[in-house]
Design a protein around this ligand. Sequence first.
Ligand SMILES: [Zn+2]
Length: 336
Amino acid sequence: MKIRPLALGLPAAAAAAVVAVVAVVALVAVLVSRPGGVPADGAGLRIVVSIPPLAELATRLAPPGSSVTVLMPPGRSEHGHEFTPGDLAHLARADVVVYVGLGLEPQVEKFLAQRPDKRRRDVCFATAVGILPTDHNHNHHNHDHDHDHDHDHEGCDHGGVDPHLWLDPILIRRLVPVLSGAVGAALKTSGRDTPEAIGALIQAEEDLDRDIAALDDEFRSALEPLRGIPIVTHHNAWGRLADRYGLRIAAVIRPIETAEPTPGQVAQAVKAIREQGATTIFVEPQFDAASARRIAASAGASVGILDPIGDGRWFDLMRTNLTSLLGASRENAAKQ
Ligand SMILES: [Zn+2]
């Protein structure tokens, strides 16, 4: 199946549009499914991001007339996704490329390494926020699973470090200045670093930083009363978010992201849910929910949704997930 990358069109009017959330929402709403990569006029940049959650951040920092192309379409799991040669071709034409690293997108990393280009700015999220593949503070396997599934991604070794950086608002906040720096450098390289363009970029960065800080505050205050609440997740995407805001991951349904759980893993999940008093199992839209629903039924838990990917709108994604977590906590409180 040919997957067509999404492009986020940027109306030129959104130019000086430092304006605020309303303008930004309108801008990101221009999620159009057309072949991406061609700026509408000579003023913009071609920005390519590997996965949907990075799209809105890039869009907000992109100068007017830019295109933001998402290589992985919404609806797919970020694990084991195969990019087509056509998808990868967008990288060759990009002014700025943003990807997560830590082995999440081995094809992207390989492509960039094989085609160095001084005019292109490559932003590796993990490197930008100082998380190294050998950093074991956030080991993928801290939930009683000793399976080694890090070899799902051929040709890369991320040492089991949790790559779901975009689900932690603080890490996203730390990415923003690096991303902004890359956009500024790309403007300079292409001779488009006018005082207006740089001024708008600085303002966009400040606005984005402020909005992420506000989102972090929302998470903090909403989840503070729920410290230590046990949750069950579909795959190992939520460890960083849980650590950041004091949730506890009681079990993970798919310890190996790219495979359905074995009967033994299902039994283990049911046991963990019962023992730890988790009341909600969070399924993810990218995976089949059948096993999770069976586990919920046998453990007497309800089913909620946490989406690690979304459709390109990072703020909406995070807020929807927060609402789901709060629903689970009410469930939990009611059962206590
Ligand atoms: Zn994941």
